[in-house]
Design a protein around this ligand. Structure first.
Ligand SMILES: Nc1ncnc2c1ncn2[C@@H]1O[C@H](COP(=O)(O)OP(=O)(O)O)[C@@H](O)[C@H]1O
Ligand SMILES: [Mg+2]
Length: 248
């Protein structure tokens, strides 16, 4: 479904992606792990065409990113942004229905509101939340709203950027389980970025480790613990000693 081949991206003299090769099979859940600032968010932004790579090719379902109709391309994706990133000035239902109220996916207002309420229910929130503002919600509820927004248009492909960062372990577990259930029931292709190993095991079919601008290792989550890759081993066990420098 998604293929990155030898993707490079620098910002000034900072070489962030230095030849990323990655393959995400249709209907599977891929988790990208790696330290802060290694380029995980940049990598998914290149897939969406929000960041143009300096070199390499990216295809989604055979179509090269950046070619063809941009609205139709983006309509296939849902995204849970790092930190939920809700619009403070809009009530919850308009956040969830954001894409259903404008552009290629526009629906009548009543329909959009009903879809928003259905999606809120799917993530465990009642209709009473629909008219609240993001500032009136807890962190866990904001994540749920972000999740409802990501699935509102029933996308084929969903990106989750650090879905559990900033949540307590119990709420993180709830969000992980919810992501897994939703991805399975929608039959979506999912890419999740995280440095939370609990998320990797809960959400992922496959895992890819990004470090020094390249995918150091990729394979099934079931093989991660015994893969023998020194980067993966250091990361998943949180060791201070290893090929990944502690000060970056
Ligand atoms: N638009 C940008 N302009 C300049 N530098 C950027 C930009 N986006 C990301 N970077 C830099 O690229 C590196 C990787 O960022 P990012 O992908 O956000 O890391 P992470 O793996 O934590 O998601 C960081 O050093 C960041 O500062
Ligand atoms: Mg990031």
């Amino acid at each position: 479904m998604i293929r990155l081949a030898d993707v490079h991206k620098s910002f000034g003299s900072k070489r962030v992606l230095r030849g990323v090769d990655l393959f995400v099979e249709r209907g599977t859940s891929m988790v990208i792990i790696g330290g802060s600032g290694t380029g995980k968010s940049v990598a998914i932004k290149t897939i969406l065409g929000l960041v143009a790579p300096d070199a390499g090719t990216i295809t989604v379902d055979g179509q090269e990113t950046g070619t063809g109709d941009r609205d139709a391309f983006l309509a296939r994706f849902g995204m849970l942004f790092q930190g939920a990133a809700l619009f403070d000035s809009l009530p919850v239902w308009q956040n969830v229905a954001f894409r259903l109220l404008r552009g290629a996916l526009k629906q009548p207002k009543d329909t959009a509101r009903q879809i928003a309420i259905d999606k809120l229910r799917r993530v465990g929130l009642g209709a009473d939340v629909a008219d609240l503002y993001p500032a009136e919600l807890s962190g866990g509820m904001q994540k749920r709203v972000g999740l409802a927004r990501a699935i509102a248009a029933e996308p084929e492909i969903i990106f989750f950027d650090e879905p559990t960062t900033g949540l307590d372990p119990i709420m993180a577990g709830v969000i992980n389980d919810l992501i897994r259930e939703i991805v399975v029931e929608m039959g979506a292709t999912a890419v999740t970025i995280t440095h939370d190993m609990t998320s990797v095991r809960a959400i992922g079919d496959a895992v890819a480790m990004l470090h020094d601008g390249v995918i150091q290792w990729t394979g099934p989550v079931s093989q991660m613990d015994s893969c023998g890759d020194p980067y993966v081993d250091q990361f998943i066990n949180g060791r201070a000693e290893g090929p990944i420098a502690a000060v970056r």
